[in-house]
Design a protein around this ligand. Structure first.
Ligand code: FES
Ligand code: FES
Length: 164
């Protein structure tokens, strides 16, 4: 059944008339033209479609749009602010943690969620926190380094009052 859904997407209010059981990934990619969240397995197993709903990393391929009502959804397109990359994005670039890039948007959003809960994760905590995001290129070590470096950078921003 179609319903009106209101939510915040990348800091902008959105109102859609949509089937309530339609999955968030297809609303983002097909209805709204935001293709940063990737379609990998479509079954909640690879993490390529990960976005933030409030502070939680969710797999948008299995997340119904009705559940997003009243919430803040952040996709990779909304992570940079004022043309400045988010510290996790910058760290992925600096550490060379991107190969083909297919997993990267989902990994970055999972990392942001992890660092909001756990600002200084150990290597093991990073691996556990990102274990639902598969990288077929095997960039794991660089990804771990990038997330830890981003955590340090975000902590510095927070101390300076500019944390994100
Ligand atoms: Fe959503 Fe694989 S596309 S988990
Ligand atoms: Fe290619 Fe991860 S960089 S899948």
């Amino acid at each position: 059944m179609r319903k009106e859904i209101r939510f915040t997407l990348n800091e902008k209010a959105v109102t859609l008339e949509v089937e309530g059981d339609r999955r968030l990934l297809w609303v983002l990619r097909t209805d709204l033209g935001l293709t940063g969240a990737k379609y990998g397995c479509g079954e909640g197993r690879c993490g390529a479609c990960t976005v933030l709903v409030d502070d939680a990393a969710v797999r948008s391929c299995t997340y119904s749009i009705a559940r997003a009502a009243g919430r803040h959804v952040t996709t990779i397109e909304g992570l940079a602010t004022d043309g400045e990359l988010h510290p996790v994005q910058s760290a992925f670039v600096a550490e060379g943690a991107v190969q083909c890039g297919f997993c990267t948007p989902g990994l970055i959003l999972s990392a942001v969620s992890l660092l909001r809960r756990r600002p200084h994760p150990t290597e093991e905590e990073v691996r556990q926190g990102l274990d639902q995001n598969l990288c077929r290129c095997g960039a794991h070590l660089r990804i771990v380094r990038a997330v830890q470096a981003a955590g340090e950078e975000m902590a510095r921003h927070a101390e300076g009052g500019t944390g994100r």
